[in-house]
Design a protein around this ligand. Structure first.
Ligand SMILES: [Zn+2]
Ligand SMILES: [Zn+2]
Length: 331
């Protein structure tokens, strides 16, 4: 199978022919059709998130099951599935008992078996979710990390009807967050430092767009403030500023791996009873909901599609902030 292999930190990935894998008990073998590239791949590439090397990256994989290992119930050859980051726990800890495998200290992910930047990928069957008809492979791929993450973030914010939701950062996650919040009937404000994204943010469903590179919270307050802020930025400074833009009892849900501590103004925090919530992919039902809303046409990932041969160029584009809004490798 052809695969893009990361062999060293900060070095180009190499297209190689690797032996075709065989599924063990509980696993499936997937012929990958589409594989999204995520900001986290950059953290891995730079060694910020260390992984054992060599390794095939890609944690937004979608494809067709071609072989099923022993003891797999439910999934069959021919099924179209995607694979979540957390595929299974060790099955014995408290979190596994509660079916919250994402907290298991020994959970298994693409890091153990390799990801979707490959013609074939092994996955634990328990990590697979069926892709509904009506979604192309390319459209479905980004839902498995970006879409899942923002849907869990929205659910973690506990939005109420009539809430104003500000989306901080309009990129791979943010462009989906705007659409998911809108699909749930919420009023959406896009907050971006890039004036060129204003019209697109409106097309995605934002009722208002705040353009600000500093003093984000003040700018947001002047636009009416927000009950919920969905933070998708990597900038701790921006996240810190944005907190100011929360209305009383507002919730800021942070989904980006920010580059330092988020500062909280104790007086604002206390008098407004605001909450700062960390969020990652949570319940699998959030992923299913995210897939369903996309299949219903209410959310449409904006994509750039490339062949595997151009994967290094794609990663460089992502790093340079040029991707609009998610890059997908199509096999
Ligand atoms: Zn990701
Ligand atoms: Zn466990």
């Amino acid at each position: 199978m052809r695969a893009a292999v990361m062999t060293e930190v900060r070095k180009p990935w190499t297209i190689k022919n690797l032996p075709d894998p065989k599924p063990q008990a509980g696993q499936v073998l997937i012929r990958i059709r589409a594989s999204g590239m995520c900001g986290t791949d950059l953290h891995v590439h730079h060694g910020v998130m260390p992984v054992p090397l060599p390794l095939v990256l890609g944690h937004e994989p979608v494809g067709e099951i071609v072989e099923v290992g022993q003891g797999v119930a439910g999934l069959r050859a021919g099924d179209r599935v995607g694979v979540s980051w957390a595929q299974r726990g060790e099955g014995r800890c408290r979190f596994c008992q509660e079916q919250r495998e994402g907290y298991c200290p020994e959970y298994q992910s693409w890091i153990q078996m390799g990801g979707g930047n490959s013609e074939l990928m092994l996955a634990w069957a328990s990590g697979c979710t069926l892709v509904p008809a009506g979604l192309s492979d390319e459209e479905a791929a980004p839902i498995f990390c970006a879409g899942f993450t923002v849907m869990s973030g929205l659910r973690n914010a506990d939005p109420r009807p009539g809430d104003r939701v500000a989306v901080l950062g309009i990129g791979g996650l943010g462009h989906l967050a705007v659409q998911y919040a809108k699909a749930l009937g919420l009023e959406v404000i896009a907050v971006t430092g890039n004036p060129e994204k204003k019209e697109e943010a409106r097309r995605l469903g934002a009722g208002d767009v705040v353009i600000a590179s500093g003093g984000l919270g003040q700018a947001l307050l002047e636009a009416g403030g927000a009950d919920v802020i969905l933070g998708t930025t990597n900038s701790a400074a921006h996240a810190t500023q944005a907190l100011r833009g929360l209305r009383p009892e507002g919730r800021m849900v942070n989904m980006g791996l920010v580059d330092g501590p988020i500062q909280v103004d104790p007086l604002h925090f206390l008098t407004n009873q605001v909450r700062l919530v960390g969020s990652k992919q949570n319940h699998r039902r959030d992923l299913v909901e995210a897939l369903d809303l996309a299949a219903a046409g209410k959310v449409k990932p904006r994509l750039e599609v490339y062949p595997l041969e151009r994967i290094n160029e794609v990663r460089d584009r992502l790093e340079a902030g040029k991707v609009r809004y998610r890059a997908v490798i199509k096999h």
